[in-house]
Design a protein around this ligand. Structure first.
Ligand SMILES: NC(=O)c1ccc[n+]([C@@H]2O[C@H](COP(=O)([O-])OP(=O)(O)OC[C@H]3O[C@@H](n4cnc5c(N)ncnc54)[C@H](OP(=O)(O)O)[C@@H]3O)[C@@H](O)[C@H]2O)c1
Length: 230
């Protein structure tokens, strides 16, 4: 069981719908949270919301190849890290025949290369009892038409997380692959390309965040898409 009271957690993509809800839920569980995001104003606003629970605040573009060690160095200057959450992500819709190379490049950079680089930098720094949580998605389990490239990045991340979980088990570092179903964050309205399909009402970001924080506190290794109603 990971003790969150007094822990220090870095959340990357903290300014997004899920990143914000997870940052607040972690703070509510007693953790100090270092928030990292692309937009300086949003980062400041979130840190102000977190008040005393805000540890560090940093601007980051996860498509920069050297972003991860620099981010971890800065966070560790505040206090040793207990855990890292990667909640940055982008989506795109449309048939594969319409997929532009730069959209594919962004999807892979933000959804797959980013969390792998962050995990690679964090793996040797996190303590025994530490954790890494990565936001994959339900489409890793059920890839969807008109979301093929997005689905591929999420399936890739889930595969990475499963391998990493076995690798870090001996160091007693927990890897949590989080695969939420559709959640009302507005992500689909910010698609890099294409038009989203009609979607039924999704979960609230707070529902997903509470489940993630419970998984961190308990000994849960994966959060399958079906585990969010538990
Ligand atoms: N919402 C859903 O239905 C759903 C379901 C399953 C899984 N997920 C996954 O959950 C994660 C979070 O999604 P969300 O719904 O919270 O989306 P969101 O509200 O759009 O948040 C995405 C976050 O990623 C950040 N980001 C994007 N590109 C970046 C870059 N190059 N460098 C740094 N940060 C970058 C955004 O920063 P800015 O604020 O600066 O744009 C934002 O903070 C994603 O990986 C998504 O695939 C979402």
């Amino acid at each position: 069981m990971a003790e969150l009271n007094g822990a220090h957690v870095l959340v990357v993509g903290a300014t997004g719908g899920l990143g914000t809800a997870i940052s607040k839920a972690l703070a509510g569980a007693g953790a100090r949270v270092s928030v990292a995001g692309r937009d300086a104003d949003k980062v400041e606003a979130l840190a102000a919301d977190l008040g005393d629970q805000a540890a560090g605040r940093q601007n980051v573009d996860v498509t920069e190849p050297a972003f991860a060690p620099a981010l971890l160095d800065a966070a560790e200057q505040v206090a040793p890290l207990t855990g890292v959450v990667y909640a940055a992500g982008v989506v795109a819709f449309g048939p594969v025949g319409d997929l532009e190379p730069d959209v594919l490049g962004q999807l892979i950079a933000v959804n797959l290369t980013g969390p792998i680089l962050l995990a690679a930098a964090a793996a040797t720094r996190l303590p025994e009892g530490g954790f890494l949580a990565n936001l994959s998605a339900v489409v890793a389990e059920m890839p969807m038409k008109n979301m093929a490239a997005y689905s591929a990045t999420k399936a890739g991340l889930t595969g990475f997380d499963r391998a990493l979980a076995t690798e870090l088990r001996r160091n007693k570092i927990k890897v949590i692959d989080v695969r939420p179903p559709h959640t009302e964050t507005g992500l689909v309205t910010r698609a890099l390309a294409g038009t989203p399909p009609r979607l039924a009402e999704g979960l609230s970001p707070e529902q997903v965040a509470d489940r993630v924080v419970r998984a961190i506190a308990e000994d849960t290794g994966e959060l399958a898409s079906t585990s969010f109603s538990e």
